[in-house]
Design a protein around this ligand. Structure first.
Ligand code: CA
Length: 255
């Protein structure tokens, strides 16, 4: 069955200034989508915003291209021939490809979002979406990835978890934990602000680069993932605790 996709209304998009500020080479994007009308629409939109866009129409080709070439970001549809978006995402992360990924989901259910995040996607957008929303997410993700790391620490340990900031590797009981770029940034931010209560809005602003406060569920989903991956008992978190009504706190040494 064909997915229901409203074509983005290209003319309604706001004028983006950020691309004009960006010097040197345009960011190179891989668009993975099998629906040719949407590929055309998005390619036009992204090209006009100054991005360099390559596209592939199925999951296997996506894995091949993304593993062999350097892209700044991947826009990955979930429903694809040969391999779906979730499988592509997992395959790339397992191969050590850390390129930021925005997944396009046909449905907006939390289950889909959580699956995507669990497999290493950095963000997701439910179809149909506004072109301005896609552009905002792209820019926020690219800005965050290219930002210099503030942390001076090289490593940090808590419980059975060891974080290597320079190599961006997380070990738990000595075994690597698969993490998306966003999850790693979130973990880093928690560690930098350890002992302090941080609101969802602060996390969205600092880790996601968003100003809007309407997306706090995104933060909740990522904190949930960190607990699943790093807590002994994710249902009763000791390190990534909820501060009711305020946000979250990373507790260095729980009593
Ligand atoms: Ca599709």
């Amino acid at each position: 069955m064909r997915e229901k996709v409203s074509e983005p209304a290209v003319d309604s998009r706001p004028k983006s200034q950020s691309m004009k500020r960006r010097a040197s080479l345009p960011p190179r994007l891989l668009l993975v989508e099998d629906e040719s009308s949407l590929v055309l629409t998005l390619t036009d939109l992204l090209t006009s915003e100054g991005y360099q866009v390559e596209s592939v129409g199925d999951g296997l080709d996506a894995i091949g291209r993304a593993a062999q070439e350097n892209f700044n970001l991947i826009i990955l549809d979930v429903m694809l021939p040969r391999k779906n978006g979730f499988e592509v995402c997992r395959a790339l992360r397992r191969r050590g490809v850390h390129t930021p990924i925005i997944m396009l989901t046909a449905r907006s259910q939390v289950a889909d979002k959580v699956s995507g995040l669990k497999l290493g996607a950095d963000d997701y957008l439910a179809k149909p979406f506004e072109p301005s929303e896609l552009l905002a997410r792209l820019e926020a993700l690219l800005r965050r990835v290219s930002a210099p790391r503030e942390s001076q620490e090289e490593a940090y340990r808590f419980a059975s978890v060891a974080v290597d900031f320079r190599r961006t590797v997380v070990l738990r009981n000595g075994k690597p934990v698969e993490m998306s770029a966003r999850e790693f940034e979130l973990l880093t931010y928690f560690i930098q602000r350890r002992g302090a209560t941080v609101s969802r809005e602060e996390l969205l602003r600092k880790v996601w680069g968003y100003e809007a406060s309407t997306l706090t569920r995104t933060v909740d989903a990522h904190v949930w993932m960190l607990r699943q991956k790093l807590e002994e008992d994710p249902q009763n978190p000791r390190y990534f605790v909820t501060v009711r009504g305020l946000g979250y706190k990373f507790v260095e040494s729980p009593s």
